[in-house]
Design a protein around this ligand. Structure first.
Ligand code: SF4
Length: 303
């Protein structure tokens, strides 16, 4: 292939007509053959994939359009240059019109749109006397969440227990008292923070919320987070960490590390109910809370 011609391949800025496109593809094919790339593309790209790539726009992680390799593969695979070049030229023409710039796929929660002007009362109103998932059957009261609507720190648990179900307030039983003590140890009062759960109704027998229940109810939590805009979210236990981070990792692996949740720092730690059963884990939780305090500029409560 003529070096001057090769240098010009891909350098044209104007939209080519069919003859130019065919010539351009032909140049690419010869260039690929010169580099010994023909077998590579022939082996890795079956013809049906080429047809699909021509028919549908594709975003690649590398940001490189598959159009040219697909075109090369079309010709190389059939070993019938004249016909293949037409097919390849057609593929290139279609694909070049539909190149999508690379974009990282949003997570499920990143994909949930923020609602402009949303407020906590409006979210509560939208929940209403909710029957959207099966948890409504056993509940006494919906436990929406409580605390400072402008809190810098938001705690997120998994779901209401018996005491919460009866009172309509999150974290009011023994685990709730321990959480209150943890908050005070951080130099705050309960009223300074916001406390909510992944699901708003009590799961039967205090079991963990199930996937369909979380999927149905967690958008309300997302709206609460978006509305409060805390500087730090501290998740309590595995369910809330796994839900917000969309991971199956256990809490013992997640706790103590900073994560990003839609631009907000997130610190997973153990659930207070776990600490009631395993008091030996309290120092680990205190370490996690100290990291939160450092970010928020909090001083521990003086004894
Ligand atoms: S858990 Fe959530 S989605 Fe399910 S019934 Fe209660 S408020 Fe509705």
């Amino acid at each position: 292939m003529d070096p001057a011609k090769r240098a010009s391949v891909g350098a044209r800025s104007e939209v080519p007509d069919d003859a130019q496109l065919e010539e351009q593809v032909n140049d690419w094919l010869r260039y690929g053959e010169d580099l010994g790339l023909g077998p590579f593309y022939r082996d890795r790209a079956p013809l049906h994939a080429i047809a699909e790539s021509a028919a549908a726009p594709v975003a690649t992680s590398s940001g490189i359009s598959p159009a040219v390799p697909a075109a090369m593969a079309a010709a190389a695979a059939s070993r019938a240059p004249a016909t293949s070049i037409n097919v390849a030229a057609s593929a290139l023409k279609k694909s070049s019109a539909s190149i999508i710039l690379p974009a990282s796929a949003p997570s499920l929660f990143e994909a949930i749109e923020r609602i402009a002007g949303d407020t906590l009362p409006r979210i509560r109103e939208d929940i209403g006397d909710c029957t959207r998932c099966k948890l409504h059957k056993g509940r006494t009261k919906i436990v929406f969440g409580t605390g400072n609507p402008n809190a810098d720190l938001m705690f997120v648990g998994e779901g209401p227990g018996r005491d919460e179900d009866l009172s309509g307030e999150p974290f009011v039983g023994r685990a709730g008292k321990l959480l209150t003590d943890m908050i005070k140890a951080m130099g705050l009062q309960r009223e300074d923070v916001y406390i909510a759960n992944v699901v708003k109704c009590r799961p039967p027998e205090n079991r963990l919320p199930e996937k369909d229940e979380i999927t149905t109810c967690s958008p309300y939590l997302m709206r609460q987070i978006d509305t409060i805009k805390p500087k730090v979210i501290c998740t309590l236990g595995s369910c809330s960490a796994q839900t917000l981070l969309q991971t199956a990792q256990g809490i013992s692996k997640l706790r103590g590390e900073w994560f990003d949740f839609r631009g907000t720092k997130l610190m997973p730690t153990y659930h207070p109910a776990y600490l009631l059963r395993n008091p030996a884990a309290k120092p680990e939780v205190w370490k996690d809370l100290q990291k939160v305090m450092a970010v928020l500029g909090l001083q521990p409560k003086k004894r």
